[in-house]
Ligand binder design. Structure first.
Ligand code: MF3
Ligand code: CO
Ligand code: CO
Length: 252
């Protein structure tokens, strides 16, 4: 069941979206070789509380931390740890989801660590960002959900990359994950029709080679099966009653 939102409810989701953006800006200035992924967790946790929000990941279905930190071959849902120290040349996705005034704002970026990130990692990260932009550009009142995945898949595969199938975008609002599912692969004109009042994420995970993933024994950390890199960007998007498409996870 898709929970459609009124313009008033979409407006009420903005503070959560703004805080998600603010957190990712803080993380941008904080990331450097030598910090641990737990340091990022503390930063995100404390700033979320300071701004009157709640970090949705903490204790969500047993997830133990307030943010997901996914380094190099980790596709998503990496668990912050004191023993995981960032080094020059790494790439890391940081995925934040604050709850403010009862609503969730979900956004992530992949950051380059230090100034000597190899060309292949830079290009993959750039592609994942472009895939998010292309996915958002495909959103139109009345289009089909497959149009989003088609735009992303066509571009990523044209560069020889793989689009992750095991994890998808999702409806979002008072709950973290709602209908509909938003695949980042697919066919034009297929799937449910997008309509006014829908609020959902687009969050393409792009793998350097194979799209296949496996989940580690911690039951969260998803990694590429071939050990190659993965990158991801995410925004929360709304279709207002006017048909206007609004990115909620941008600055105030
Ligand atoms: N933020 C992730 C998403 O984009 C979900 C993380 S679930 C968690 O949907 F439990 F790992 F936090
Ligand atoms: Co999400
Ligand atoms: Co997310």
């Amino acid at each position: 069941m898709i929970v459609l939102k009124t313009d008033k409810e979409i407006d009420a989701m903005r503070p959560a979206g703004h805080l998600a953006f603010e957190l990712l800006e803080l993380v941008k200035d904080f990331i450097k070789p030598g910090i641990s992924t737990e340091d990022i967790n503390v930063l995100v946790h404390e700033h979320t509380l300071k701004q009157g929000g709640t970090p949705a990941p903490l204790n969500y279905r047993g997830f133990p931390k307030s943010v997901c930190t996914s380094v190099n071959q980790v596709v998503c849902h990496g668990i912050p740890s004191k023993s995981q120290v960032l080094k020059e040349g790494d790439i890391i996705n940081v995925d934040v989801t604050p709850i403010v005034a009862g609503y969730h704002g979900d956004s992530s970026r992949t950051y380059l660590v230090g100034k000597k990130v190899p060309e292949n990692a830079r290009k993959l990260t750039e592609c994942a960002k472009t895939c998010l932009d292309l996915g958002i550009a495909a959103v139109k009142d009345g289009c089909r959900i497959g149009d989003i995945g088609h735009a992303i898949q066509t571009y990523a595969e044209s560069l020889g990359y793989g689009v992750v199938r095991d994890f998808v975008g999702h409806g979002i609002g008072k709950t973290f994950h709602e209908d509909p599912q938003v695949p980042h692969y697919g066919k034009q004109g297929r799937g449910i029709r997008l309509s006014k009042g829908m609020v959902f994420t687009i969050e393409p995970m792009i793998n350097e080679k194979s799209w296949k993933c496996k989940v580690l024994k911690d039951e969260w950390t998803a990694v590429t099966v071939d050990g190659k890199l993965s990158a991801q960007f995410e925004h929360t998007i709304a279709i207002r009653s006017s048909g206007e498409v609004e990115i909620l996870t941008l600055p105030q």
